[in-house]
Design a protein around this ligand. Sequence first.
Ligand code: KG4
Ligand code: ZN
Length: 353
Amino acid sequence: MEYDRRVIILGIESSCDETAAAVVTDGPRGPRLLSSVVASQMAVHRPYGGVVPELASRSHIRFITEVIEGAIKRSRVSLGRIDAVAATAGPGLPGSLLVGLTAGKAMAFLLAKPFIAVNHTEAHIYSAFLGEPGLRPPLLALVASGGHTELIAMPKIGVFRILGRTRDDAAGEAYDKVGKLLGLGYPGGPGVERLARGARTATRLPVAHMKDGSLDFSFSGLKTAVRLAVPATKGRAARAALAAGFERAVEEALAGRARDALRSTKARTLVLAGGVAANGALRDRLRAMTAELGVRLVVPAPALCTDNAAMIAAAGWFLAKRRRFSPLDTPADSGWEAGGAVPSNPRPVEAHA
Ligand code: KG4
Ligand code: ZN
C-alpha cells in the first residue's frame, strides 16, 4: 500500500434518503474518521411508508450545504487543507445522486483539488476498514440493505467481483414490506426485529434455494408467504411467531449463501455491511457460522452500517492513495454495479460559448 503521503478527504453521500458528509485522514494503519454528519429524511418519507424519490431530491438540496459545513467544522480541518473530494456517483436514486455528486464536484472545482467518484456498494465494504485498522483484503462481503443484497469478493483494494445478488427484493426491502404487513411502520427492520425477539415459536416459512447452485438470493416468495399468513395471524404471540419465522428465513438465506461463498472463495474474512447488518439475530447467526469455519467476521458499528458518508470518505481515501481520480464531467449512474468501471460520458458534450 502507498502510505507515503497523508491525505485529508471530504466525502459526500446522497444516493437515497440520507444526506451525509464526512472527513477522513490517515490513521496509523489505515483511514481514520475525523467527523461524520448524517441528516436523515426518515420523517419526510414515513407517512408514505417508503422513500418518495422527488421528496428525497428536494430534501437533499435543502440539507446538503449544512451537512457539508457541519462535517468540515467538526473535523477541525480548514477548507484549504482538504486534498480531494469524494462523492457517490451510483447506485441510487438518479435525482438524489445528482445533488451530492454536483456538490462534490463544485467543491473540488473551487478548491482546485481532485474529484473522486465513489461506488456506494463498494463504500459499504470500505466502511469496515474504519473500525478495523489492521483489516486487509482478500475478503468476502455480504452487503444487505434496503436497496441491495449482494455477496461480493474483494481480492484487493479497489477490485470487486459480485458472486451473488438478489433476483427480486433486497433483504431490507423484504423487512420493510413485512413491517408494513404487520403494521409496524417504516422502516420495518427494527420493528420486525423487536417483535420477533419476544416470540416463543417461529412460523415455518419457505427459504428460496437456487436450483442452479448459484449464490443468488430471492425474497419475494417469502414476502408473499407472510402476506398470505397475515389474515389468519391473530394476537401478539402469533404475530411475533410470524415475524420470527420471517427473520429466521432471511437469516438462513443470507448465512447459507455466505457460507457457500466462503467455501468456494476460501476467504478468511467476512465483512457484513448495509442497514440489515444492524440486526442482532443476523449478527449472531453469522458469528456462529464463521466461528465454525474459523473465519474472521467484521461488522462495522451500526452508524457505519446504515447509509453514511464516512464510508464514502474512506473509499475516497483508498482511491486517492492510488491516484484514482475522476473527471469533473463524471455522470451519475443509478445502476453502477460494484466492480464496474466509473461511469463516463459516451462522447464529449459540445459546449457553446
Ligand atoms: O443501508 P441502509 O440504511 O439504506 C439503504 O441503502 O437501503 O439500509 C436500510 C435498510 C432498511 O430496509 C431497514 O429496514 C433495514 O436496513 N434495517 C434492518 C434493521 N435496521 C435497519 N433490517 C433488519 N433488522 C434491523 N434491525
Ligand atoms: Zn446503502
